[in-house]
Structure formats: structure tokens, C-alpha cells
Design a protein around this ligand. Structure first.
Ligand SMILES: Cc1ncc(COP(=O)(O)O)c(C=O)c1O
Length: 452
């Protein structure tokens, strides 16, 4: 951002003084700024968010599903979506994404699964999915939107990782990087801070069509956002919109050039498998974020965590995350040619030291836990802690997730089973950051409350 100096942040760190509008009742400069963002994304209504996509997701769910109402939600959703279920007392049916076996990642959500589940659950009030996924995989949002709309309900898309989608034609054509706003979703939430030059915590919510209860969503935005929104953050979002508007195309062209050059290493890597376009068209994936780089270490002498550590410690390159068998790097249009070159050289050097070995891999699957209570129901139950490995058959009072990405493996109200214990223990052995278990212990419901 050195090329884009911002003014002294203290000078603009004002509050709702005269002439400077109010995010919660925008009728002046903030309204204008939001209108520019709406225009850029082709949305009919856009709000700036200063509490991240998190508050957009909480507001979208609370604004679309009545208390004790039902939502159909992708099981690979971010923890904020599960928190929305808790806060709004929602009943939930999960939709499971397809699995890409090759890379051991979640693929897309299949429209026919949405259709079946909606037929089975006619009382559903909204459908929620994440596209692109944390790994950059895109679901067929347009097809899903049509199915959801045929039932007269809204489709909410967590596009936290896709604020840069829809702007650059070559990326849209080659990789399907369209924004869900253009694909017909009713409510779309994007973290501008993740993939665009904008301050941490900044995000957008877009509302379109006539199915969403706009008034109710706006009411929740007032509840879930601070009453003192930072003008530094708001100014940062507007500045980011300005960069997109005036220089976006040039920046995308530079980025595309760097990316094209970078992908050439796929031919040089002998052991590390670098995910490419072959995933499009399989496992429910209709497109991918070409700026996300996924390196699989399957059948090599290393794993995702070691690779992540080597890149950081030896080459001073910070990746986005590590999983058991892969790691993920993120690039944006602000990355320099030097950055791409350094990552390329590091990967080639590491790859030349690796050996290919046939390693045993358990078939990757999405664990489907059985639900005993809804998340919100367990909040008032008595709880206790126990060694996690001895929790088989007990009911979770807490979430367990690996962070990043923050996608829960079990949520409160679900029953712990042997597969989960094995999977979590394996992840802990691999050195992943497993949240929810402390010193080997997990919070579960006391026996008298769950009748077991
Ligand atoms: C898929 C997804 N949705 C939502 C969020 C929440 O975004 P924010 O950090 O902007 O609140 C994240 C954060 O990592 C995410 O990965």
C-alpha cells in the first residue's frame, strides 16, 4: 500500500459530527459512498460493515429467519454462521458439500441436494452457503438461487473470500469468478479486508431482489454493529472502492500476469501437487479463485504443516493456512512480482528436496455428526469437562474447529463419536490449531440434562 498513501488516521478519526453522516442512518456522505459501492458491484443496496463479514452474516440470518424458524445451511460454513443460529434460535438442516478426493477439500454444493432438502423441509425460511470456500472453490450459485427462489425464500451467500469477484472479465470467463450478486443471490456478504486493499474488519453486505426483508436486516445491522463505527475503517472501505473504480483494471491485469507466470511452476514441481483448473467441473465445483494457491503434499515425505513452517521460517513467506495434507497461499492484486518470484523459488527448492512415497491416506470425508439438540437449546444446560478422548457418546456443549479456517467439526448439541475423536486427535498430532479442546479436555453436557 506504499504507493497509496492514506491521510493521517488520527485526523479522520471523527465521530458522527455535523456534516459527516451516520452509518446507522445514512443520508449524506456515507450514503453516497455506499451507493458507489452498490454501483460497482451491481447491487441495489449495499451497506458498509465495520465488524467484518461476521456482523453481516449474523444480520443476514437474523433478518431472514424468524426465531425458532428453520434454515438450510452448508455444513462447511464459518463459525459466525453457527453463532447466528445460536443467537437467533434457529433450527438447522445441514447441506453437505461434495468432496474433492484428490485434494481432500470441500467442493461445491450440489443444486440437486438443495432441491431434495427443500422438498424434505418445506418449512425452511432461508438457504445459506459459502462460495467461494476458504480454499477458493465456487458453487453453482445461479442454479441454486433459482431453486431457492422457486420456494419463495432467500439465498444468503457468504462470499467473504470473494470481494474481488465480478470485476475482471478474463477471470470471470476463465475461472467463473462471478460475484453471487450477479448470480442472483438475495444477500451477499464480502470481507473487503481479505482480498482487497482495505483495513481489517471492513466488509460489505449486498441485498437484492424482493424476497429479502430489507427492513429487518437493516435493523439487525444496527444491533450487531458498534454504535460508534470507525471513520478510519469507513474511509478505508471508500478508498478501496475508489482504487477499484479508478485503477482496478490495471491492478487486475498486473495480477493476472503474475499469476500466469506463477502457475508455470506446476510443470516444474515433481512432488508437490499444485491445484489447477482440473478441479472445475468435478465435485460440484463450477469455478475457482485463481489467486488462491493450494499445494498438496500427499504422497511426499512432508505434510501441510511442515511445508507451512518451512516457508515461514526459512523463506519468510507467510501462508494463509495449513491442513493435514495441504497448505494454502493467498495472493491479491496488491502483491508484487518479487513476492510471486520468492514463493516460486522457495517451492522449487523445497520440492527438489522432497521424495515421493506412497503414504497411507484414510479416505477423506466430511464427518456427519448426529444432532441431539439445536445449538441454541444447549446454552442453558449444565455442562462439565472431560478428557476428549473419553467423550464418545457424550453431547457437545462447545464447538471444535481448526483455525484457520474456523469451520466447526462439531457444534453444541451434537453427539461425539469415535470418528471425530480419531480425526481431532490426528489433527492435534499434526500440529494444527484445534480450538475447543484445552489440555485434552472438552466441554460436554452433564448427563442428567441429556438423559444419557
Ligand atoms: C468463509 C468465511 N466467512 C466469514 C468470515 C468472517 O469474516 P470477518 O473476519 O470479515 O468477520 C470468515 C473469516 O475468516 C470466513 O473465512
Amino acid at each position: 500500500m506504499k504507493e497509496y498513501p492514506f491521510c493521517d488516521s488520527y485526523k479522520i478519526d471523527i465521530t458522527e459530527i455535523d456534516g459527516f453522516d451516520n452509518l446507522h442512518e445514512a443520508h449524506g456522505i456515507i450514503e453516497k459512498a455506499q451507493e458507489r459501492a452498490a454501483f460497482l458491484y451491481g447491487s441495489s443496496e449495499t451497506h458498509f460493515l465495520v465488524n467484518g463479514s461476521t456482523c453481516g452474516i449474523l444480520s443476514a440470518v437474523s433478518g431472514s429467519v424468524k426465531k425458532n424458524g428453520k434454515i438450510l445451511m452448508a455444513a462447511n460454513s464459518h463459525k459466525s454462521a453457527f453463532h447466528a443460529l445460536l443467537l437467533n434460535c434457529c433450527k438447522c438442516e445441514f447441506i453437505y458439500p461434495e468432496i474433492n478426493e484428490e485434494y481432500e477439500i470441500a467442493g461445491g454444493i450440489h443444486p440437486s441436494d438443495v432441491k431434495k432438502l427443500l422438498q424434505k423441509n418445506p418449512d425452511t425460511q432461508a438457504v445459506f452457503l459459502t462460495s467461494p470456500t476458504y480454499d477458493g472453490m465456487i458453487s453453482p450459485v445461479r442454479e441454486i438461487a433459482e431453486i431457492v427462489h422457486s420456494k419463495g425464500i432467500v439465498l444468503i451467500v457468504d462470499e467473504a473470500h470473494g470481494a474481488h469477484f465480478g470485476f475482471y472479465e478474463p477471470f470471470i470467463k476463465a475461472y467463473g469468478m462471478r460475484s453471487s450478486v450477479q448470480e442472483g443471490a438475495d444477500i451477499v456478504i464480502q470481507s473487503v479486508h481479505k482480498t482487497l486493499p482495505s483495513y481489517t474488519q471492513t466488509a460489505l453486505i449486498h441485498i437484492n431482489g424482493n424476497l429479502a426483508d430489507r427492513e429487518r436486516i437493516r435493523r439487525y445491522l444496527k444491533i450487531y454493529q458498534t454504535s460508534s463505527p470507525s471513520y478510519v475503517l469507513l474511509g478505508g472501505i471508500d478508498r478501496c472502492m475508489g482504487i477499484l473504480e479508478t485503477e482496478g483494471q490495471d491492478l487486475f491485469i498486473r495480477w493476472e500476469k503474475n499469476i500466469r507466470e506463477f502457475y508455470k511452476i506446476r510443470e516444474d514441481l515433481k512432488h508437490i501437487k499444485f491445484l489447477g483448473d482440473e478441479v472445475i467441473g468435478s465435485s460440484g465445483i463450477v469455478g475457482r479463485d485463481v489467486g488462491k494457491f493450494l499445494f498438496s503434499m500427499k504422497n511426499t515425505t512432508t505434510n501441510g504443516v511442515c511445508m507451512y513452517d518451512i516457508l515461514r521460517e526459512k523463506y519468510h513467506i507467510q501462508l494463509e493456512m495449513a491442513a493435514g495434507n495441504y497448505c494454502l497461499a493467498m495472493s491479491t492484486f496488491m502483491d508484487t512480482e518479487e513476492g510471486f518470484r520468492r514463493l516460486k523459488e522457495a517451492l522449487i527448492e523445497i520440492d527438489s528436496d522432497l521424495k515421493g512415497i506412497e503414504t497411507f491416506h484414510e479416505k477423506f470425508k466430511f464427518l456427519k455428526m448426529s444432532k441431539v439438540y439445536e445449538i441454541y437449546e444447549v446454552q442453558d444446560f449444565k455442562t462439565e469437562t472431560a478428557l476428549f478422548r473419553e467423550c464418545k457418546g457424550r453431547i457437545a456443549a462447545d464447538f471444535i474447529y481448526v483455525y484457520p479456517p474456523g469451520i466447526p467439526m462439531i457444534v453444541p448439541g451434537e453427539e461425539v463419536d469415535g470418528d471425530l475423536i480419531q480425526s481431532v486427535e490426528y489433527m492435534r498430532e499434526q500440529g494444527l490449531n484445534v480450538i475447543g479442546i484445552e489440555e485434552g479436555k472438552f466441554r460436554i453436557l452433564e448427563r442428567q440434562d441429556n438423559g444419557i
